[in-house]
Write a protein that binds this ligand. Sequence first.
Ligand code: ZN
Ligand code: ZN
Length: 191
Amino acid sequence: METKQCAKCKEAKALSGFYPTAGGGYRSQCKECEIAGVMERERRRRGTFRQKCVAALDNSRHRTRKVEAETGRHIENTLTLAEVMLIFAAGECMYCGTTLDPKELTLDHVIPLREGGTNTTENIVAACKRCNCSKGERPAFYYVWKMQNPRSAKKLFGTLAMRQNTHPTTIMRELRQQAQEYGNGKGGAAQ
Ligand SMILES: [Zn+2]
Ligand SMILES: [Zn+2]
């Protein structure tokens, strides 16, 4: 019986214990080692994802307490790790739709903390760093409107409606109202 030594576990195994390559040969590691490798990478990837979520959660809680101290306003701060994992799970920015690795995504407060927003799943979406930066302290509706991006606006309203168990139109009205107040306060109306 023809055998081949696995480059990983160093065991000599029958050729049937290796995956064939397109070129007619066999891969250097045995099937068991390859599968173990895939599972290890997957385990590490999930660990990284969880770490990223923990860090984002900590950061959001910290920022909330900071704004609370600065403004003297009590801010609801009930976001959980499971919710952050769910928010990042889709792996895309709510505003521009770019698909990104979770470590490139940030948590964005739809209504900024300083503008009356809360640190809860009802007020948080995933955003790429670029969108989060350029949105800054502006309310989401204001930002989406500036971007002239009806698709991401629709997605945003739909996502928040699902989380708040209400209708997208209700969310749209609330956010528009909020953006108008913001716009008036900053000397530039949001519509
Ligand atoms: Zn092996
Ligand atoms: Zn983006």
